[in-house]
Design a protein around this ligand. Structure first.
Ligand code: DC
Length: 230
């Protein structure tokens, strides 16, 4: 019996399905690297908003995606962040979580050239192994051969409620109905785009996190990881 754990654990799913919370806890338990690929698309979106003032110039945004240095470092501040996110050395950890980015990131992540640039970086990082990688297309496109693929879902109302609470917790003004509407829109763009749409890989294990805690989801994934290693 071989007890080697899956080297790459892919977790995909829609916005606010709990991927980050679950992924961080899981990586901690396994002593794996946690890597949230959504951060990369958010940084490119923030870079486009700041440097181009718009996100609809596909060629310019793609060039930015190819050039911008995205770095993720251990947290330097205890303000609720899981990590520091750096854009060309500048701390943009919270800028990439603003409604401005939320409203534009789906458009940016639908550009094929942006996806190619991000996918190449993600493969480089994942190939080192012992990584929990979360996103939308990790099991389908980035690492279709990952030994363990999880598709984490929750109903849209529950996900909007989580996002609402996250914003309130950070002291930001939040409107549940607006968040719900924006989330439905983002789900639609993410799952209907031509390149790497959000969908479970055929061999992904689907977990619905409605009404269960992140810890319980992590336990389920750990059981799957153990089974995958036998
Ligand atoms: O997981 P998130 O909400 O931080 O992701 C932000 C956006 O990035 C989301 O609208 C879809 C996109 N994304 C993607 O297209 N592919 C990934 N692997 C990760 C995120």
């Amino acid at each position: 019996m071989d007890h080697k754990f899956p080297s790459i654990i892919a977790i995909d799913g829609p916005a606010a399905s709990g991927k980050t919370t679950v992924g961080v806890l899981l990586a901690r338990k396994l002593n794996y690297l946690f890597f949230d690929t959504g951060i990369m698309y958010r940084v490119v979106t923030w870079a486009a908003l700041k440097r181009l003032g718009r996100v609809d110039l596909e060629e310019d945004v793609t060039r930015l995606a190819e050039q911008v240095q995205i770095d993720v470092q251990p947290p330097s501040l205890a303000d609720g962040r899981f990590s520091d996110v750096l854009m060309d050395g500048e701390d943009v950890t919270w800028q990439i979580r603003t409604p401005e980015v939320e409203a534009n990131v789906s458009q940016v992540s639908a550009y094929p050239g942006v996806r190619d640039a991000m996918t190449a970086q993600q493969r480089r990082i994942g190939q080192r192994g012992q990584v929990v990688m979360v996103g939308r297309d990790i099991g389908t496109v980035v690492f279709p051969d990952a030994e363990l693929k999880v598709y984490l879902d929750a109903c849209v109302e529950e996900r909007a409620r989580r996002r609402f609470e996250e914003l309130e917790h950070r002291g930001e003004l939040a409107d549940y109905e607006k968040i719900l509407k924006a989330m439905k829109k983002r789900d639609k763009i993410d799952s209907t785009r031509a390149v790497a749409p959000l969908r479970p890989a055929s061999d992904a294990v689907k977990i619905c996190s409605d009404g269960i805690s992140a810890e319980q989801v992590v336990e389920q994934i750990l059981r799957l990881a153990k089974n995958a290693s036998i």
